[in-house]
Design a protein around this ligand. Structure first.
Ligand code: HEC
Ligand code: HEC
Length: 270
């Protein structure tokens, strides 16, 4: 039987194991918090301290505006989504919304299906319409025409318009099978680049509160929006979730997902 070992500082093996553990930890931290973030474009924008905090997953500035982008920029959106907004509107709200929507048909179509490159609103989730109109109204999403129009709408107008559009039939239902014929970003995303599958938020498999229905949207609109997220020209998505996914997408991936969502329907909804 050997003597029980004593793990004290005077024990050479013990000393070495502690020192090498500390050394390795320091190296791992340098690599993980400084070197990798420093070469990754998503992390570079706001300096070393921001990179370190982002790598560690903690806010680098307290006080609310941390996620919004540039330090001086206001919050990307003021709208706090809640389940109430996603509720089906009353018949009265739908009726009132239909009247208000007469001002919108010129671009968004008589039944909410645009024949120009404006987004479809028919069948859009109510909380999406509410959020987007409030973002235009507050100047958080820019569009000369929509900012001017939304600025004149009251909260009730917005809720009623959302109820009306949610009530109209969608351009198209979602595919019923998710096989290899769909673009891989739509179906599986790309975990290595932090891109989650589009169908996990945009309907089809699951819908995340506030994520718009995309099926049947005009292709040009989808491409414009994805590029605007990628450059940060559009930044009303909370937590930068769309910006972070659009940024690493290539031109041809943007084209592929937009083509997919805008594809002409064989199995269109009624
Ligand atoms: C002159 C054309 C025009 C008129 C009229 C118009 N819109 Fe729009 N709307 C647009 C365009 C173009 C966009 C996309 C703008 C952008 O790039 O942000 C848009 C975007 C929207 C969006 C965002 C949709 C989404 O999927 O993100 C909503 C909601 C909306 N409009 C509602 C309305 C409502 C409600 C009215 C009537 C009160 C209206 N619009 C009138 C052209 C118009
Ligand atoms: C984690 C959830 C999530 C995933 C995954 C996701 N999105 Fe989004 N997307 C959102 C949300 C939320 C919004 C609304 C942002 C806002 O509030 O303006 C949005 C907005 C959009 C818009 C703007 C639509 C409009 O009418 O305003 C497009 C286009 C879009 N996403 C495309 C995609 C594509 C393509 C993919 C897959 C590569 C994808 N998204 C994956 C959550 C997601």
């Amino acid at each position: 039987m050997s003597e029980p070992r004593t793990y004290t500082w005077s024990n050479r093996g013990f000393r070495w194991s502690v020192l090498s553990l500390v050394g390795l930890t320091v190296i791992a931290m340098l690599v993980g918090f400084i070197w990798l973030p420093a070469v990754h474009p998503d992390f570079q924008s706001e300096g070393l301290w921001a990179s370190i905090c982002r790598a560690a997953g903690v806010p680098y500035r307290w006080g609310g505006a941390g996620q919004a982008g540039k330090a001086t920029e206001p919050l990307s959106t003021k709208v706090v989504l809640d389940r109430q907004m996603a509720r089906v509107g009353t018949t009265e709200a739908v009726g009132r919304g239909a009247t208000l929507a007469l001002n919108c048909t010129m671009c968004h179509g008589a039944r909410g299906l645009s024949s120009s490159d404006a987004p479809n609103l028919a069948g859009q989730y109510p909380e999406v319409v509410i959020k987007q109109l409030n973002d235009y109204k507050a100047g958080k999403r820019s569009s000369a025409i929509m900012q001017a129009l939304a600025g004149r709408l009251s909260d009730r107008d917005i809720a009623d318009l959302a109820a009306y559009y949610a009530y109209l039939p969608k351009a198209r239902t979602a595919p019923t099978t998710y096989d290899e014929s769909l673009p891989s970003l739509v179906r599986t995303g790309d975990p290595l680049r932090n891109i989650a599958p589009c169908i996990s938020c945009h309907g089809g498999v699951d819908q995340k509160l506030g994520a718009p229905w995309l099926e049947g949207m005009p292709k040009a609109y989808l491409v414009t929006q994805l590029k605007a997220f990628a450059t940060g020209a559009r930044r009303n998505d909370s937590e930068a979730q769309m910006r972070n996914m659009a940024r690493p997408m290539t031109e041809s991936e943007i084209d592929a997902v937009a083509t997919f969502y805008a594809r002409k329907a064989q199995s269109s909804a009624p």
